[in-house]
Design a protein around this ligand. Sequence first.
Ligand SMILES: *Cc1c(COP(=O)(O)O)cnc(C)c1O
Length: 846
Amino acid sequence: MAAPQSDHDKRKQISIRGIAPVENVANVKKTFNRHLHYTLVKDRNVATPRDYYYALAHTVRDHLTGRWIRTQQHYYDKDPKRVYYLSLEFYMGRTLSNTMVNLGIQSSCDEAMYQLGLDIEELEEIEEDAGLGNGGLGRLAACFLDSMATLGLAAYGYGIRYDYGIFQQKIENGWQVEEPDDWLRYGNPWEKARPEYVLPVNFYGRVEEKDGKSKWVDTQVVFAMPYDSPIPGYGNNTVNTMRLWSAKAPNSFNLRFFNSGEYINAVCDRNQAENISRVLYPNDNFFEGKELRLRQEYFLVAATLQDIIRRFKSSRFGSRDPVRTSFDNFPDKVAIQLNDTHPALAIPELMRVFVDVEGIPWAKAWDLCVRACAYTNHTVLPEALERWPVHLLEKLLPRHLQIMFYINYLFLEEVKKKFPGDHARLGRMSIVEEHGEKKINMAHLAIIGSHAINGVAAIHSEIIRQNTFKDFAEMYPERFQNKTNGITPRRWLLLCNPGLADVIAEKIGEEWVTNLYALKQLKQYENDENFLRSIMKVKTENKMKLASYIKEQFNIEVNTSSMFDMQVKRIHEYKRQLLNVLHMIVLYNRIKKNPNAPFVPRTIMIGGKAAPGYHMAKLIIKLVTSVGNIVNNDPIIGDKLKIVYLENYRVSLAEKIIPAADLSEQISTAGTEASGTGNMKFQLNGALTIGTLDGANVEMQEEMGPENIFIFGMTVEEVEALKVKGYVSKDYYDTNPEIRLVLDQINQGYFNPDEPALFHDIYNSLLYHDRFMLLADFDAYIKCQDRVSKTFKDNMLWAKMCLHNIASSGKFSSDRTIAEYAREIWGCEPNPESKLPAPHENPLDE
Ligand SMILES: *Cc1c(COP(=O)(O)O)cnc(C)c1O
């Protein structure tokens, strides 16, 4: 682990993290030793590296505690509008280094560990990722929490504390194998359980009608136990809360067994209730209509809304009025953001509480609900849209089903008024889908119950307006908005790429950390060869560090002067990892055909998890590793071309590899990737992008200019036109000899001689059901890659383009995204300048 950047002296000179004051270092050492002794109950003779990690984690946590308590007290006193971000996923990754960065104590901790003879980077590696997410949607929620705290918003993340996060991916014999992610095995030092605040959540039962009132009765109850984690803002002494719910069986659970003497069975059965928060569903952009998942969604929503309403009632304003019955200003005090439709049951649940429990008349309750709720759409892929069978809802949530039917009835009456006689429109807009098995369309519900609906990039927001939800945009044009996604510059530059952060800070200072647009000042150095060289020097150091990781992990020697060409994201047909594979094979064939011709060397890396039930995605992984086996072991290829499968791609791996990328692959079929955020991480870290005009790539091109990005392939309009015309992928195979050669090699087992028929499904899908039009974009992609290679040969031109990429990434800060949500959806003002007073570091002094 003696890689260039882990050098202590190197880290010490990183000016942006400040100079560690002697007394802070002494303090950290003292606290660390105290935790090792009293919390871990170890001395230095028997302590393991993990003990040291926990002692450091507790030391750092101590610095959060006072700020956390005071922030929450401040919110209670000032009673600002609260923002609630509801998400089934929070893909947080590691917390230790992020906390040190945001509190500004990294250099003190670094120095303290050094003086104790410990390697802080080694300790950081011991921390398990909090992998409570699948990919972009979950990571977005995590970046948003960081930005909301940094902007001083009174915000809360609400989610589920899964015992098992996204599975650990192993590659065995070239295939993906899943292992459970037992991330809590050694305990989570960042969370605080709050058993005193458990809340009941009801399921099943029936609806009782009595004097015109409905009551949900005979239910089975499960408790929701909150676990709170601190979310520190950057340098502003604000610490917000992420509250995750864990399912707990009540002591009364299965009492009837007790009565029949079945004590052991009754206790064992408690697992049934507690299984609700057992495991994250590992699907990205895919709806699987499983009852357990529906239970998870309602569990989150029911517990969270009780908490929101309790906090609303107990606010300073409310407590002056001890029997507060008025919810009139609920939407002025509460904003509820739905991260996709996964928590959309919040709408009927809020209506149930308002009407059945609080006794508010329907029309009034509906107005409050719509003004409080807002919905973010994350995909237009039809297989990803949630449509829950009515029979499942009827069994699990009978009262909510009634409420959704009534919402639908009133809504369709409204549609009839606005579009008289348009029966087809009624059918299209109904929440209830009647053809085949009756289903509830959750996106329709979310739109009808929200005052704001947003897509996550300009092109995506246009598509949902004009296609996916056209009827709804005609009904409620003022509700539809765009909020282009972003990433937090703290984790995705300052933390993961300290070398680059330092080189930037030397030139333009640190303003960019909280105002990413400040990076545009770098443009004045585009002809400063020394500066360009210093940027490329950092890149080279990052590449060397990654190369030693790849040697260590996979025993592959990579050429660090080759182009590091990366595609890391969930494996999905629409993301077109297969197109990347076709390019690999083209390069391989060229070298084989003409071994002495000049060639721009590449190391092509692909990483990402496939959903365990997604046959084609798993087969694509096997194809990548099979091609890699042939390419990497062919002496004629040498170090001109290497293929690396980056096993177990996750947040902490992204932080390691993205700073080392030269080329970022963002090659989805136009119109399928809602935004992408991986694209932004690469841009910020000085990689160039090859991509289609899809998602946020479109806006990246606008920001940096077309001369600084490699755009290829069909536009959304061209994709649509080709579909209308009738797309026949086999025509491309028949007329393009390069395509034919590559596809025949795949089909005939060239890359898998032991089992030559293995990739028939891939061949067939490309030739006969090429849903994502790979063959239509193939030619443009290969030609564009040739332009990339040609550009890479010109070091200074490449460096200049990298600089332009970094300097143009200001728009893609999640701070900008959150400021827009705050002003245009939540009705609150971000406070980037405001700073809470710092507490005394030692709570005993307070
Ligand atoms: C950013 C991120 C993603 C999203 O990547 P896309 O290329 O936008 O799909 C997925 N997984 C991890 C671990 C990430 O950090």
